[in-house]
Ligand binder design. Structure first.
Ligand SMILES: Nc1ncnc2c1ncn2[C@@H]1O[C@H](COP(=O)(O)OP(=O)(O)O)[C@@H](O)[C@H]1O
Ligand SMILES: [Mg+2]
Length: 560
């Protein structure tokens, strides 16, 4: 495509630059009143028209190709960056505000495309123009040509100086833009909390401050970059005037014809143009470069470490899980889990309780290998999970979280999310098992109802759908992290019951706040500040009368 672009640029620029030769000849055919060779003029005008048409057509081809190249590059960048989001460990995403990542992928990629378009469609023909006009001017008048050729490039020096200063401001501008999108997406996602905490005014103030910074960075960048073009133009204007005077003197002394002088002036003008515009293109390129750096920051995220050599592709397991002295920290100086050991036999139900921040979700993250333990080992069926392919390991588990993830799509698509090949019978069977079938049948289009926004289903109904999803996938083990926490009491009983069915015969890890729901668990772990401080069955723990006993009694009394 670049080749087509280059060839088209040469043809269109070449044809365009031959026009002054023809107008020069026409002028020389019009010597004075009654001294006009009309036949010659008409032939020349025909050539003129043909050249003009050629120039136009090839310029069009060049522009279309340039657009295709730049849009294609943006497409590839987005694809690569999006791919890197999937390959990156959860950690990388956790550390970046989501709106910022979005802005890098969408708007920064577009800035790169714009810059590239300018570079190809502006700089390429500019380069050809400079080369061709140089040759043509040298042919017309050696001395004046050398003057123009040598002096004009000097006009680019101030532009370069300016461009170097603007780069920083463009970087600042893009960074602020990323921050603003992060802030907006955060507030939009949490609109209800914003309203509930009367956060609007403070949010507005923060946003206004960022907006102001964006404005300033933008104005500063433009302040400098806008100087570039006028300065080069100014220098070139002086050069042009000098050429006109020298040329006129040569014409008077008969060295040049009037027609050649007119052609020469046209070339001098064409020759300086790329230098003027080059400055503007350079600014665009700088903005593009700054944007490119931001996208590459995402593309260069370290990928999740590859599966260990010889990692097995486990498709099924009995469900024996054991943890040996597992310790872990997100930030290496602040331990989160400390020395956790546990043996879970097939089909056992492990309940994990403890105050917020005690590390319950973190434990689940390690089981799923969203993060790797710093010390110790987790194994499934006696095999260290580091020796199991990540994808395979994750398929062994079904996960139900506090906030169910419902995608925009039909109910049916949402249930079949982990198994797109499932038949309608299987989907209905799973929905029935999850107690979701009857409410789905009550929806306007049953299984084909489109779920759009957050509010088209209640939290409980959404949870039933995510449970149906797990029923369909039939994983060997389950991770339930506060699966019933955000549910209204009316659906809670349904959800409880379908979870109970789901857990039947499956090794399960359950985090629950309402202790009444985990009484029957095979073992209850009581966590506090990353350690298991009590461990046993409901009865044993009550007898110990420790933290669990106190928590249970307080909930029980509140319930009364
Ligand atoms: N992605 C993370 N990066 C850094 N620290 C985290 C991250 N997730 C959780 N933490 C910290 O780890 C501790 C345990 O969190 P978590 O496992 O979510 O607790 P729980 O689920 O028991 O409420 C908390 O102090 C929390 O601040
Ligand atoms: Mg949690």
């Amino acid at each position: 495509m670049l080749l087509i672009c280059g060839v088209s640029a040469v043809i269109s620029v070449g044809a365009f630059l031959l026009l002054p030769v023809i107008t020069g000849r026409v002028i020389d055919q019009i010597i004075g009143a009654g001294q006009v060779d009309f036949d010659a003029v008409i032939v020349l005008l025909r050539h003129f028209a043909a050249l003009l048409a050629t120039a136009a057509v090839f310029q069009w081809i060049m522009l279309v190709q340039a657009r295709r190249i730049s849009a294609g590059v943006a497409q590839d960048l987005r694809r690569d960056a999006f791919g890197c989001i999937h390959k990156a460990p959860l950690e990388a995403l956790d550390r970046h505000p989501h709106g910022d990542v979005v802005s890098r992928l969408i708007s920064d990629a577009e800035t790169v495309a714009d810059g590239l378009l300018q570079a190809i469609s502006g700089l390429l023909p500019g380069f050809v123009t400079v080369l061709v006009t140089m040759v043509l001017m040298l042919l017309l008048d050696l001395r004046i040509a050398l003057f123009v050729i040598v002096v004009t490039p000097l006009s680019i020096l101030p532009a370069r100086f300016i461009a170097r200063r603007t780069r920083r401001h463009f970087q600042a501008q893009n960074a602020v833009q990323g921050k603003m999108s992060a802030f907006v997406s955060e507030l939009v996602q949490n609109r209800a909390q914003v309203m509930a905490t009367n956060y609007e005014e403070r949010a507005q103030a923060i946003f206004d401050a960022e907006n102001e910074r964006f404005f300033k960075a933008n104005v500063r960048a433009t302040f400098y970059s806008s100087l570039a073009n006028p300065t080069t133009r100014f220098v070139n204007g002086i050069i042009y005037a000098a050429v006109a005077i020298f040329g006129a003197l040569s014409a008077v002394s008969g060295v040049l014809t009037i027609g050649s002088l007119s052609a020469f002036l046209a070339y001098a003008h064409q020759y300086t143009r790329p230098f003027n515009e080059g400055a503007a293109h350079l600014t665009q390129l700088q903005a593009a470069w700054a944007a490119l750096e931001r996208i590459y920051a995402v593309i260069d995220w370290p990928a999740e470490a590859a599966d260990a050599p010889g990692a097995v592709h486990l498709t099924d397991c009995a469900g024996e899980v054991s943890l040996r002295h597992v310790s872990f920290a997100y930030d290496k100086d602040r331990p989160v889990l400390q020395d956790i050991s546990l043996d879970v036999s097939k089909g056992a139900h492990v309940a994990i309780v403890g105050p917020t921040g005690s590390g319950k979700t973190t434990l689940m993250n390690l089981l799923m290998r969203f993060y790797d333990a710093d010390q110790g080992e987790i194994s499934v069926d006696g095999r260290a999970i580091a020796q199991i392919e990540r994808g395979a390991l994750r398929r062994l588990y079904g996960m139900v979280l506090q906030d169910s993830w419902i995608r925009r799509g039909t109910v049916r698509e949402n249930i079949a999310y982990g198994r797109p090949d499932a038949t309608m019978e299987e989907i209905i069977e799973a929905a029935k098992a999850a107690h979701a079938h009857s409410f789905i049948m009550g929806l306007r289009q049953g299984y084909d109802t489109l779920i759009t926004g957050e509010d088209s289903l209640s939290a409980g109904q959404r949870q039933l759908i995510s449970i149906a999803r797990v029923f369909l996938a039939k994983p060997a083990m389950l991770l339930l992290d506060e699966a019933t926490s955000s549910i209204d009491t009316r659906t809670e009983i349904l959800v409880q019951d379908s979870l109970r069915r789901l857990m039947g015969g499956r090794t399960s890890f359950i985090v629950a706040h309402r202790l009444g729901t985990i009484k029957g668990a095979s073992v209850i772990l009581v966590m506090e500040r990353g350690r298991v401080i009590e461990q046993g069955t409901h009865g044993e723990l009550l007898a110990q009368n420790g933290l669990y006993g106190r928590l249970y009694k307080s909930q029980f009394e509140n319930a009364k």
